[in-house]
Write a protein that binds this ligand. Sequence first.
Ligand code: IPM
Ligand code: MG
Length: 367
Amino acid sequence: MKLNIGVIKGDGIGPEIVNEAMKVLDKVAAVYGHECNYTQLLMGGASIDVYGVPLTDETIELARKSDAVLMGSIGGDAKTSPWYKLEPSKRPEAGLLKIRKSLNLFANLRPAVLYEELKGACPLKEEITDGGFDMMIMRELTGGLYFGQRSTEEVDGLMTATDTLTYNEDEIRRIARRGFDIAMKRRKKVTSVDKANVLDSSRLWIKWTDEGAKDYPEVTLEHMLVDNCAMQLVKDPRQFDVILTENMFGDILSDEASMVTGSIGMLASASLNETKFGLYEPSGGSAPDIAGKGIANPIATILSAAMMFRFSFDLDEEADAIERAVSEVLKAGYRTIDIMSEGKIQIGTCEMGDRICEYISHRVSEN
Ligand code: IPM
Ligand code: MG
């Protein structure tokens, strides 16, 4: 199969971790008989440096023409980087929001899995996480506070800032459907998270998720208040299968869920629209403090490439091969510094990519 992949290396550790993911993509392509064609795209700070804006319309069109986009990370140190002297709509993050909206990437999937091999990195007590946990945060990505009307103006002599949280029933229906579809392939439980004791948007959210659930009789749907969910994530993460929530709640809860796994460097993500197109990126940020040192963990990006095979190309076997190779490498004791523990073998970004590639070939020669 010909795979046309747009690549946004981005800023900070982005280029290093994406290079490793491309190595893995090439390895999988060689082993399973595919051809990867890459189109390099600039976004975030890297685009500001060249074009003065974080994302050009030409880049959006090139991304749209790709089958899928693999992304590293964008942004720099807000205190020291010149990018943050620009007005908010010209900063690196604005590029990310623009690509999400322009390509209608409304469904953001962020798996949070506690790997058996890394359970030592989990900050929770062992009795809470015994047996591991495996949840999928399903975050609505193109609505809510992120894209509502906003303003900063003087009202009655006082500077006043306003952000609005808006959802319509269609937006809720389509993300709920995605959540139920994903749950059907998992343990068939959806926890829909809201703040319905305060917000109108949450009350509408409940109405349409309840409505959507009627088409999925096998799925159990429960509703949970967002503050309670934040608590339950550390109290009993094993209770969750799919967490379905609006944009801002999902932003916050997915960071919390990732930290509960012990390492944000392990967590992949996919942002999908109604077609097979997807934008795949690690959940972590650009970590400018360790950029260029060759120590960043590339696994989240590599696992994002696995999600790309699964969701955009329907190549489950290839996705499984990547995920298995990651597990094998961890089992063999290899660790980047962020997940290092006593008695393990510390390696750098590049070697981690090499090891994972080796396991992908091993597996095939064993068969
Ligand atoms: C994320 C990030 C972004 C978001 C930022 C960089 C705008 O935190 O992908 O979770 O808030 O969505
Ligand atoms: Mg975030």
